[in-house]
Write a protein of this length. Structure first.
Length: 53
């Protein structure tokens, strides 16, 4: 499912943040990571809602 791709994206951004060349790039990547984490939560909540009786 799509959820696995979101988790891979979060992992990749986390790696990129730790390897960023400048603090500015690291901050930009960190903001993107936070957005990806929110997306993962939203997807999980949507799946839960769809599975309600």
């Amino acid at each position: 499912m799509y959820y696995g791709y979101a988790k891979i994206g979060v992992r990749n951004y986390a790696i990129a943040v730790t390897e960023a060349v400048t603090p500015e790039i690291g901050e930009t990547l960190k903001q993107q990571l936070e957005l990806n984490e929110q997306l993962q939560l939203d997807l999980n909540n949507a799946e839960t809602a769809l599975n309600l009786p």
